[in-house]
Design a protein around this ligand. Structure first.
Ligand code: LLP
Length: 425
């Protein structure tokens, strides 16, 4: 469910007409709904309300999905923690006022500098992904005279049944510690002076549309928890990662309540505090990308709607063949006629194609269209390819809206470059 709907013949974000925002900030732009962000967070967190686990679950929004300070602050005020994967995301979470004890740090390549910053911030846990990382963390923590709280991310060798570029739980993926080695690595971690084992972590992929792969992975994790406890380790926390999909097209992913029910069945009797790292499920449908039709071009055998948004603004279709719903900002009515379009951007690559053969009410130059489900992995993955400045982000809250990242001027972009001495004069 989201808060982008037609009222009075045009698409609104909550109570604000998108044409109004377009007139003020120009196109293209990302627009997020506070009500949707808050609702999704609470639906997810609320699904675990009745769990018998010893502590309240910690829901850490995955900042990689959408790291804007205003988005993080909105969620932090609801009580969300943050899952970070870099020093930059850690800094963003802290700047948004998220306390260290609500931050978890994932990722295969944490540097010593990043470890130090995270230890200084007193984060809740590091999800460690390799033995060399474990050694480095022990070292850094030792130099600071502290103990680093860790889980080990295990790779359960489960097929997440999602796009290969976002599947992470198979043995051939770079993530986690191989299933068969986990016990040995825990033994090594247990013997390290500046490492404190607190739990187990798993994350098998993103945009999962079935509960089965989750259940298969969590069952393996549950077995491992028993084994590790028998080995004498203290396992109080289970970080079950993110990954719950959203409905981009006809696929209907499981509801968080069903996910929570499955989690309770599979790991509920372990007495662990549960940690989750949802990204897309919270932010995906809370954002849209609004773009203007520059030209409608008739090709030999297809009609192209050339938009002012491009693959550098929203790369998901070109990188993952991802489907995004695309709708006109002006509401279609019974008199509308429809045409079939390929929706493309101005970037000089054939890959700059958002969708092919989409039926839309007849489009004309100057019409606005909205890409749905663009709130996660949209703005954060954008680039300035073709010298296109990053596009603005706008947050709506009821009848208010604010630009939460302004559009840089092209001069700002050019001004980042430096001319070496030998090229001056
Ligand atoms: N935790 C870890 C360790 C992750 O690697 C990820 C996502 C998440 C949590 C959040 O997953 P989510 O709940 O959002 O599925 N750029 C791709 C998605 C990459 C996901 C990377 N990891 C896309 O646009 O589909």
């Amino acid at each position: 469910m989201h808060h982008f709907e037609y009222h009075n013949g045009e698409l609104h974000a909550e109570d604000v007409p998108l044409s109004k925002i377009a007139a003020e900030v120009g196109t293209p732009f990302y627009c997020y709904s506070t009500a949707t962000l808050v609702r999704h967070y609470n639906v997810f967190a609320g699904a675990f309300d009745n769990h018998a686990a010893q502590d309240k679950p910690l829901v850490c929004f995955s900042a990689k999905a959408n790291g804007n300070q205003a988005v993080l602050t909105t969620l932090a005020r609801e009580g969300a923690g943050i899952d970070v994967v870099s020093g930059g995301e850690l800094a963003r979470a802290l700047a948004a006022g998220v306390p260290g004890e609500r931050i978890v740090f994932s990722g295969v390549g944490k540097t010593r500098e990043e470890m130090r910053a995270a230890l200084e911030a007193g984060i809740y846990q590091f999800n460690v992904e390799s033995e060399p990382e474990l050694e480095a963390l022990n070292d850094v923590a030792g130099s600071m005279n502290v103990k680093a709280p860790i889980t080990i991310r295990v790779n359960p060798d489960v097929d997440a049944q999602t796009h290969e570029k976002i599947a992470t739980g198979k043995a051939e993926n770079k993530f986690g510690i191989s299933w068969g080695w986990a016990r040995d690595v825990y033994a090594r971690a247990g013997a390290m002076d500046n490492i404190q084992i607190v739990g187990v972590d798993v994350h098998i992929g993103s945009q999962l549309t079935s509960l089965d792969p989750f259940a298969a992975a969590f069952r393996r994790v549950a077995e491992l928890v028993q084994t590790l406890r028998d080995d004498g380790h203290t396992i109080d926390r289970l970080d079950l990662g993110g990954g719950l999909g959203i409905p981009y097209d006809e696929l209907t992913p499981p509801h968080p309540d069903d996910y929570a029910h499955m989690v309770a069945q599979v790991v509920g009797n372990l007495g662990c505090q549960l940690i989750f790292e949802p990204g897309r499920m919270i932010a995906g449908n809370a954002g849209i990308l609004v773009s203007d039709v520059i030209y409608v071009k008739q090709g030999e055998n297809r009609r192209f709607a050339i938009l002012d948004a491009a693959m550098n603004d929203l790369i998901r279709p070109s990188l993952y063949d991802a489907h995004h719903g695309i709708i006109p900002v002006k509401a279609p009515d019974s008199s509308s006629t429809y045409e079939t379009y390929d929706l493309v951007g101005p970037v000089c690559e054939t890959g700059d194609t958002f969708a092919k053969n989409r039926e839309l009410p007849v489009l004309q130059s100057g019409d606005l269209v909205a890409f749905l489900s663009a709130g996660a992995y949209g703005a954060v993955m954008s680039s300035t390819y073709n010298a296109r400045p990053l596009i603005p982000e706008v947050l709506v809250n009821g009848d208010q809206y604010a630009v939460i990242r302004p559009r840089p001027r092209i001069e700002d972009l050019i001004g980042l470059d430096r001319i070496p001495d030998w090229l001056k004069d």
